[in-house]
Design a protein around this ligand. Structure first.
Ligand SMILES: [Zn+2]
Length: 201
């Protein structure tokens, strides 16, 4: 069956998303075709705003509103600047914020080290992290990368890099599902992992 170009284009675009196969991409496309006009319009507007109305915090690299230099956590004087939690993705910040049990600040790496995928230290916000630590305000770094092979390897690498800086380095306690993502952990489990964090090295 030959599809009109606009339909095929949307199917192709959906197919490029993670976890969306050709079948789901077609289903979503035809759903939108049948749905009331405002659904496509709202979706198009939201997609457009996703990139134009957001920016990265220039301190922790979490996502913030466009036009802001710092996110709300970094800008808040009520957050403990001596405690820094290092996470893989912005969604992990959200998961930790949901626990309401962390009063420090964050640093978002935007990924993990993965030799197989060709992701090295320069592809993550590691230089930026070390620069932050050299500022001297941080006393403890909690490595909250996922409990996966890559997450553990990244934590180990970071610990080595931070040794000369004399900062206390801890790792989230075990208890999070191994191989699981922080973002899917329930707040109580996450809170336990946070309060049970252990010295690295
Ligand atoms: Zn920030």
């Amino acid at each position: 069956m030959i599809l009109p170009e606009p339909i095929q284009n949307l199917i192709n675009a959906f197919s490029r998303l993670p976890g969306v196969g050709p079948k789901t991409a077609s289903r979503l496309t035809f759903h939108l075709l049948r749905a009331p006009d405002d659904l496509s319009k709202d979706l198009a507007q939201a997609l457009d705003a996703l990139k134009t109305s957001t920016a990265y915090c220039q301190t922790c690299y979490n996502i913030t509103a466009a036009g802001r230099v710092e996110c709300e956590v970094c800008a808040s004087s009520e957050r403990d600047a001596s405690l820094l939690c290092v996470v893989e993705e912005p969604l992990d910040v959200l998961a930790l914020e949901r626990t309401s049990g962390f009063q420090g600040r964050y640093h978002v790496l935007h990924g993990v080290l993965s030799p197989i995928e060709g992701i090295g230290p320069d592809d993550l916000k590691i230089k930026e992290l070390l620069m932050r630590l050299r500022g001297g305000a941080v006393r403890e770094v909690i490595l909250a990368t996922n409990p996966s092979m890559e997450g553990d390897a990244t934590a180990m690498y970071l610990q080595q890099q931070m040794l000369p800086l004399g900062v206390r380095v801890t790792r989230l306690a075990r208890g999070l599902p191994v191989g699981g993502d922080l973002e899917y952990a329930d707040p109580n489990t996450l809170l336990r992992a946070l309060s049970g964090r252990q010295e690295m090295g």
